[in-house]
Design a protein. Structure first.
Length: 147
């Protein structure tokens, strides 16, 4: 059974924090062969969400308040470890809900890897910038607006 976890940084146990950072490093640094500073100082103000099944992380994301990672409220560090099973969409919808519940989101921004544009469009985001390079990977800014 898939379980949703939602915690502030201060509520995370050391084991939970370690596992979230391990998965982020595994996907963003190792799998994508991208050297970048994952621990950027935004985690401490963020809401962390992740899905597990039998204690295995299936997907994760963080919701940053306005003025931390971006000017607007933002969602980032979105990962699915089990692709093609809908966990990415689930975690994004939970992250949007968390942005609304915790920070009163009307607008949410993301810095999406360009190849994932269609995925984010399926949860309501629209491209709001030209392509730019971030950590050697083409990205676009995308924006969600509450209707």
């Amino acid at each position: 059974m898939v379980k949703l976890h939602k915690k502030t940084f201060q509520e995370l146990t050391t084991d939970e924090l370690y596992e979230l950072l391990r998965v982020r490093s595994e996907v963003f640094v190792v799998e994508q062969n991208c050297v970048y500073q994952d621990m950027d100082g935004d985690d401490q103000q963020s809401i962390h969400l992740w899905l597990t099944e039998a204690d295995m992380v299936l997907a994760l994301a963080r919701v940053c308040p306005a003025g931390t990672h971006m000017k607007e409220i933002s969602i980032g560090r979105v990962i699915t470890t089990e692709r093609g099973k809908g966990y990415g969409k689930q975690i994004m919808l939970h992250a949007i809900d968390a942005a609304i519940e915790n920070f009163g989101a009307i607008v949410i921004d993301i810095e999406a890897q360009e190849y994932a544009k269609g995925f984010y469009e399926n949860v309501g985001f629209r491209q709001s910038s030209e392509t730019f390079m971030l950590d050697g990977i083409p990205h676009i800014k995308m924006t969600w607006r509450r209707v």
